[in-house]
Design a protein around this ligand. Structure first.
Ligand SMILES: Cc1cc2nc3c(=O)[nH]c(=O)nc-3n(C[C@H](O)[C@H](O)[C@H](O)COP(=O)(O)OP(=O)(O)OC[C@H]3O[C@@H](n4cnc5c(N)ncnc54)[C@H](O)[C@@H]3O)c2cc1C
Length: 446
């Protein structure tokens, strides 16, 4: 238990991941005493696995660097990626709140943000990261522990919601009994760890590795459904195309986005790799064993030498003086790979290749290659919510006193895997956590 709370539970938050801890800090900051329930014995959830950065438009950190950006531009990037498939009002609201989320985290969770150069599918520099060797949930949990209005209870699983006859939520039922509350925020994450729900909603992913948190079993979504909520975009997910294997790290997207390629067992490219992560993952999921081979050269290796060296010394990344010689250790076709590199080098720096990609520079020896798989990082569909995170029924009416955010709610990644813009997961988690908590706190304090 982190802290002991002052009074009765006016607000219960289910799940101590990114969304739940953000919501707790925002609500407590507005004077609400609350109970944060977590089924495992620690805070973090899948958010702790996320890369060390969040996307935000309009933060004071961007401003200090003179970066030109706006929530409108951020929303346009999200719509551009998902083909206008996400809810327009929710998307715009999450883009608007992204800057305040970064500023709030800096003030309350004491994160000293820097804004990176690598835009990764965005039209402006908005990746806010930090240099300390901590996950975002380390910072969040430290802030939760400093906040006396938050009472945290670990190893407490929420099983269902308590409702009145008209559907109004009045509390939860946990594995140690019922607890009354004036408002409930479901922040219990997505369903990537539930084989049952994955096979029901995204059957093509059965057998695809999920390297997220084991607590992501979709219970919040199930509770919302039982309470009468509508669900949306349940086949939407965040894929990752360069996953190395259980217990291993993934290859950074920077390698591909800076010129790296992916080939199949014949040594042939199969997609414009810069359609990252969705288009590329989709291509890999069509290949035998849902795996591909990431190829890079000396220039790309030198971009991230400390990071890639680990793969080289562990024998996962192979190095060879020619593309043909690299094929053997990778177990792929040598002639095919040689021809692929030759074709790539012909158009590099000159024009577009047959996939429409413009390679930046020709490959130069030595060559490197590593076997990678497509993975499921996080599900993106869930309960339908409004711009305050209130959970909606199919007729658009609000289920009184019930909120959802993060993996429990529908995100802004459209309907499948290609609509995911990097950062969308944390945006729905931290952004909806803030919006739901602000709304719940305002009505509790009114
Ligand atoms: C490897 C990996 C890399 C990622 N990289 C990125 C990235 O770079 N950018 C990005 O935006 N997103 C990324 N994501 C996705 C992102 O992490 C998620 O979208 C986001 O963290 C979800 O946050 P959440 O708060 O909804 O859930 P979580 O952080 O998973 O928290 C949910 C918590 O609820 C608890 N819980 C579940 N059920 C119950 C219950 N019944 N009762 C009580 N507690 C319960 C869980 O144990 C968990 O602690 C990545 C995900 C993974 C796995």
């Amino acid at each position: 238990m982190a802290n002991s709370g002052a009074d009765a539970h006016r607000l219960i938050i289910v799940g101590a991941g990114g969304c739940g801890m953000m919501a707790a800090l925002v609500a407590a900051g507005k004077g609400v005493s609350l109970l944060l329930l977590e089924k495992t014995d620690g805070a973090g959830g899948s958010t702790a696995f996320s890369s060390r950065g969040i996307r935000a438009a309009g933060s004071r950190f961007q401003y200090a660097l003179g970066i030109e950006d706006s929530p409108e531009q951020f929303a346009r990037d999200i719509f551009g990626r998902n083909g206008n498939e996400s809810d327009p009002a929710l998307t715009k609201r999450l883009a608007e709140v992204s800057g305040p989320v970064a500023d709030f985290l800096a003030d309350v969770a004491r994160i000293d943000f820097t804004v990176g150069e690598f835009v990764f599918g965005h039209s402006a520099r908005r990746a806010h990261s930090w240099t300390e060797d901590k996950t975002i949930t380390d910072f969040l949990f430290e802030a939760v522990e400093r906040q006396p209005k938050i009472q945290t209870r670990f190893s407490t699983s929420v099983l269902s919601l308590q409702q009145e006859g008209d559907g109004t939520v009045i509390g939860v039922v946990t594995d140690s009994g019922p607890i009354q509350a004036a408002k409930v925020i479901l922040a219990s994450g997505g369903f990537g760890a539930s084989q049952e729900l994955v096979s029901q909603y995204i059957p093509s992913l059965v057998g695809v590795h999920f390297p997220g948190h084991y607590g992501s079993t979709g219970e919040g979504i199930k509770m919302g459904l039982s309470a009468g909520a509508a669900i949306e975009n349940m086949a939407s997910f965040q894929p990752y195309p360069a996953y190395v294997g259980p217990g291993m790290r993934s290859v950074s997207p920077e390698v591909i986005m800076s010129g790296g390629i992916m080939v199949d067992p014949q040594g042939k490219r199969f997609v414009d790799e810069t359609r990252y992560p969705g288009g590329l993952s989709n291509g890999i999921l069509q290949l035998p064993d849902k795996q591909a081979y990431e190829i890079l050269d000396q220039r790309l290796y030198e971009l991230l030498p400390h990071y890639l060296e680990e793969f080289l010394t562990s024998g996962l990344l192979h190095q060879a003086p020619t593309a043909g010689q690299l094929a053997g250790p990778l177990g792929i076709d040598a002639a095919g790979l040689e021809q692929t590199v030759e074709e790539y080098n012909k158009v590099a720096g000159v024009g577009a290749d047959r996939f429409g990609r413009t390679p930046p520079e020709p490959f130069r020896a030595p060559f490197y290659g590593i076997k990678v798989k497509a993975a499921l990082y996080h599900t993106q569909g869930g309960l339908k919510v409004n711009t305050d995170g209130q959970v909606l029924r199919a007729d658009g009416s609000v289920i009184p006193n019930l909120y959802a955010g993060g993996g429990v709610a529908t995100g802004v990644s459209g309907t499948g895997m290609e609509g995911y813009l990097p950062g969308n997961g944390q945006l729905a988690s931290l952004g909806l956590g803030m919006l739901a908590a602000e709304h719940a706190a305002a009505s509790l304090m009114a």
